[in-house]
Design a protein around this ligand. Structure first.
Ligand SMILES: [Zn+2]
Ligand SMILES: [Zn+2]
Length: 413
């Protein structure tokens, strides 16, 4: 852990960098009109009672130092490692037909184990009002504080409090992308599966003038020799958000899966396949990363689960289910902070903690013959669909066997 912290570049010279590239050149995307680049007032405007609530949520849910407050949806956010017993990752299956049976390690860790950088920034602010010294971290923290303050001010008119009034999962996902993940992210860009496009660019939330800040397009990832398919939402090219689709070829379902209409957020083969593919893809695209721990967010109704896969150490993690709403239908501060950490993992994730490195997923050994495809030949966009795979089998010669032959003769007579 100490070595991860040391990787963190917090030098003062960052303050004097010219605002020329990427995130540094962007103005504050917060709603407050008083905020502009470098002049964000949220750190001093953030209400004290909200800061206290944030503090107790961090203590309870991320450090496990207080009794869980279930009536507020506050309990520890934990992760557990998964190991793969069997999977069809060596075959050309689409995500919705991915098979992957996994076993859970019978112990949990706090999500904080992966987010030392993020939690550290939060504690420094809520405990001693310390503002991050690097501009990048200031912008990321300001996103969370603005979000919490705005959602408090909106109260019942917040689209997130009305998720249960939406028609289907596609609408819920678009509203979540537009009003939660996009708002918490350092940039509001996200790409949604074109197949989910329903009402042009308008947001399905109840406010009539609301537009989505993302766009619809080709969200296919993978390689048609292995697991591949379309993702629901990709935030800034580096985070996948997905709702499990009805699997077509699964065996006996557990009572929980039956209750959820055959879908389940945890130990979900489709979400695991997508997490693994997306993680290998990110490693391919960003070999310069400090670590290769990449997340994927699974959404079902108004609950989410985080998956993480590290394709360098072959470690797969799953979080507990986190409800976006508290039992009295308010937005859960724990869900917001968790989502903020994961959406901004590039800035806030410290990588795989040493304690988790020995807990292998065994994916490498399960896909031995295709491992190099995962490591070197994945792509984002223009990945051929499963239907084309079936066309291939249609090209095989068609044999007329004795039964068909007899039946044909009968017709001929
Ligand atoms: Zn601001
Ligand atoms: Zn909206």
């Amino acid at each position: 852990m100490a070595s991860n912290m040391n990787k963190r570049k917090r030098s003062d010279d960052r303050e004097h960098e010219p605002p020329s590239t990427g995130i540094l050149s962007r103005t504050c995307h917060c709603v407050s009109e008083r905020c502009s680049e470098g002049q964000c007032t949220i750190f001093s405007d953030f209400p004290v009672d909200l800061r206290n609530r944030l503090f107790s949520a961090i203590m309870t849910s991320f450090l496990d130092t207080g009794p869980p407050l279930h009536f507020l949806g506050i309990g520890p956010v934990s992760i557990t490692t998964l190991s793969i017993d069997n999977c069809n990752g060596e075959e050309p299956y689409a995500f919705c037909d991915a098979y992957c049976s996994v076993s859970r390690q019978e112990k949990r860790y706090l999500l904080a184990e992966l987010f030392e950088m993020g939690i550290d920034i939060l504690i420094n602010y809520v405990k001693s009002e310390e503002i991050p010294r690097s501009k990048k971290e200031r912008i990321v923290l300001s996103k969370l504080l603005h979000f919490l303050k705005n959602s408090e001010e909106k109260g019942e008119t917040d689209p997130l409090q009305n998720l249960d009034k939406l028609e289907d999962q596609t609408e819920i996902n678009i509203v979540l992308a537009n009003h939660l993940f996009g708002k918490l992210s350092s940039t509001p860009d996200f790409l949604m599966d074109i197949q989910g496009k329903q009402k042009g660019d308008s947001c399905p939330c109840l406010s009539p003038m609301c537009k989505v800040t993302g766009s619809f397009g080709d969200t296919s990832v993978g390689n048609d020799q292995v697991w591949h398919g379309n993702l629901d939402i990709i935030v800034k090219n580096d985070l996948a958000i997905q709702s499990p689709k009805e699997a077509e070829s699964q065996g006996v379902k557990s009572p929980v899966e039956v209750k959820k209409g055959g879908k389940c957020l945890q130990k979900n083969p489709q979400l695991i396949a997508e997490t693994i593919v997306f993680s290998f893809l990110q490693k391919q695209k960003h070999p310069e990363s400090n670590h290769y721990m990449f997340p994927c967010i699974g959404i079902l109704d108004t609950e989410m689960v985080f998956y993480f896969y590290d394709s360098e150490h072959d470690v797969l993690l799953e979080s507990n289910r986190i409800s976006l709403l508290t039992p009295d239908s308010n937005i859960s501060i724990v869900a917001v902070v968790s989502a903020w950490l994961v959406v901004n993992y590039r800035f806030l994730c410290s990588g795989l903690a040493d304690i988790l490195k020995p807990e292998k997923a065994s994916f490498f050994s399960k896909v031995k013959s295709k491992l190099s495809v995962y490591q070197n030949q994945l792509r984002l966009g223009k990945v051929r669909s499963a239907e084309q795979r079936f066309e291939k089998t249609n090209k095989f010669p068609l044999i007329i066997g004795p039964v068909a032959d007899r039946l044909k003769e009968k017709v001929d007579l």
